[in-house]
Write a protein that binds this ligand. Structure first.
Ligand code: ACO
Length: 202
């Protein structure tokens, strides 16, 4: 796949969480052949497509049973705040669709989200502050690479994409919390230790 970017691969569609043009073309080029990075789509619920966004998140923690209606409701909320929530996925388009969606692309040069298999995901959440002259901070959350896809630099590409999106939104820093065992991974992604994570669970 030469000279591709998310904008040329995916129609700017109401199905996508945000404008795919925010994903730098050069990041698309660094992925393995047939893999694409794109915004989350409202069709990424497993019950509607061949993809497995929620399944991918299970490498992080329990996801639970999420109905199609609940998925759509949450997606719609994120979409209505699409200057704040940027969730991306990497889809392996080499995987043949077993449950094709009814809607197909009208152009063969355009990729239909959900025709392949989602293998990685991540989110950057843009916080609007008063300090730093109304500064913006990006919070990276829920980075997940499917167990059988780890070690292919997909995690790195997800982080690079989220950093680029955060920068494009005007964030003066992008931060995240992680476990000790993931520190070397995030150091490889250009992060350094800052402060201490604290938590309060209800
Ligand atoms: N320890 C040391 N180095 C690591 C580790 C690790 N645990 N994980 C990755 N690396 C290194 C790789 O060796 C590679 O180094 P190289 O460039 O020298 O070859 C580099 O980091 C990039 O690795 P990737 O192949 O991009 O890593 P991967 O695609 O496997 O993704 C991730 C890493 C996201 C941690 C994945 O293993 C995963 O999904 N784990 C389970 C869920 C998880 O822990 N997610 C992170 C939660 S924290 C958060 O969401 C903010």
């Amino acid at each position: 796949m030469a000279s591709i970017n998310a904008e040329s691969l995916f129609k700017k569609s109401d199905d996508l969480l945000f404008d795919p043009a925010l994903i730098p073309a050069e990041l698309q080029m660094t992925l393995p052949s047939g893999y694409v990075v794109r915004p989350l789509s409202r069709t990424d619920n497993q019950t509607r497509s061949n993809t497995s966004f929620l399944k991918t998140l299970e490498v992080l923690t329990t996801v639970g049973a999420i109905t199609d209606e609940a998925f759509q409701e949450r997606f719609q909320y994120l979409k209505e705040h699409s200057d704040k929530y940027f969730t991306i996925v990497i889809e392996d388009m080499n995987v043949p669709a077993t449950t094709p969606r009814s809607a197909t692309s009208s152009s063969p040069s355009l990729v239909t989200p959900g025709r392949g298999k989602i293998v990685a995901a991540g989110t950057v959440l843009v916080e609007r502050k008063f300090i730093r002259q109304l500064g913006l901070v990006g919070h990276i959350e829920d980075i997940a690479v499917a167990a059988d896809q780890q070690g292919k630099k997909l995690g790195l590409r997800i982080i690079e994409t989220l950093k680029a999106i955060g920068q494009s939104q005007g964030c003066y820093k992008v931060i995240l919390d992680c476990s000790e065992k993931n520190v070397p991974f995030y150091e490889k992604c250009g992060f350094e230790r800052k402060g201490v994570e604290m938590g309060w669970y209800v």
